[in-house]
Design a protein around this ligand. Structure first.
Ligand SMILES: *[C@@H]1O[C@H](CO)[C@@H](O)[C@H](O)[C@H]1NC(C)=O
Ligand SMILES: *[C@@H]1O[C@H](CO)[C@@H](O)[C@H](O)[C@H]1NC(C)=O
Ligand SMILES: [Fe+2]
Length: 185
C-alpha cells in the first residue's frame, strides 16, 4: 500500500509530462479521422450524383483536415519530437451513411470535438510552459477551427430549421455550393 503510493508519486511527473504528448497525438488523429470521414461522405455523394455541390464541399473539407494534421506533424518535426500514429478508424455507421443531413450533423459534431481537443492541447502546453506550442495552437489552429465550427453550425441550423422541407433546401444549398456562392471562410 505504502509502496504503491510512493510509486504513484514517483511516476506522477511522467504521467503529467506525457499529457501534452497524448492530447497532441489525439489532435493529429482527430484531424486525419475528420479528413477520412469527409472523404467517405464526398465519395458517397459523388457516386450518387445528386448532390455534386456537397460532394465537392466534402472533398475540399477532407483536404483541409489533412492539411491541419500535416501542420501539427510539421510543428513537431522541426522540434525533433516524435509522435505515435494510432488507428484512424471510421465507424460502420459513418462508412455506410447516405443521408446528407446526417452527414452534416456528423461533420458538425466532429468539428466541435476537434475544437474541444485543441483547447486541451492549449491547456496542456501552458501547464508544461511550452509557450511556442501555446502560440502555435492559438494563432494557427484555433483561429481557423473557430470559423470552421461556426460554418458547420450555421449550415446545420439552417437545415434543421427546415426539417419538414429539407430536400428542397439541401438542393438549393447544393446549387449554391456548385456555383461557389457559399464560400467556406
Ligand atoms: C435524414 O436524416 C434526418 C435527420 O435524422 C431525418 O429527419 C430525415 O428524414 C432523413 N432523410 C431520409 C431521406 O431518410
Ligand atoms: C418548401 O420550401 C419552398 C422553397 O423555400 C417553399 O416555397 C415552400 O413553401 C416550402 N414548403 C413547405 C411545406 O414548407
Ligand atoms: Fe481541422
Amino acid at each position: 500500500m505504502f509502496i504503491n503510493i510512493i510509486s504513484i508519486l514517483f511516476f506522477l511527473p511522467f504521467i503529467f509530462g506525457n499529457n501534452l504528448k497524448n492530447v497532441y497525438e489525439n489532435q493529429v488523429q482527430k484531424e486525419f479521422l475528420a479528413s477520412n470521414t469527409y472523404l467517405t461522405f464526398a465519395h458517397r455523394l459523388a457516386t450518387r450524383g445528386i448532390y455534386q455541390g456537397f460532394a465537392k464541399f466534402f472533398f475540399d473539407s477532407a483536404e483541409e483536415e489533412r492539411d491541419h494534421g500535416k501542420k501539427l506533424l510539421d510543428f513537431y518535426n522541426v522540434r525533433n519530437r516524435e509522435l505515435l500514429f494510432y488507428d484512424i478508424k471510421i465507424t460502420d455507421e459513418i462508412a455506410s451513411m447516405h443521408n446528407l443531413t446526417k452527414m452534416i450533423q456528423t461533420a458538425e459534431q466532429m468539428e466541435r470535438q476537434v475544437y474541444d481537443n485543441l483547447i486541451e492541447v492549449r491547456l496542456a502546453a501552458d501547464t508544461d510552459k511550452d509557450y511556442p506550442t501555446v502560440h502555435f495552437i492559438e494563432q494557427v489552429m484555433l483561429e481557423e477551427q473557430t470559423t470552421a465550427v461556426k460554418y458547420m453550425h450555421d449550415l446545420l441550423k439552417r437545415i434543421e430549421r427546415n426539417s419538414d422541407n429539407s430536400t428542397i433546401l439541401l438542393q438549393m444549398i447544393d446549387q449554391d455550393l456548385r456555383k461557389k456562392q457559399l464560400k467556406k471562410p
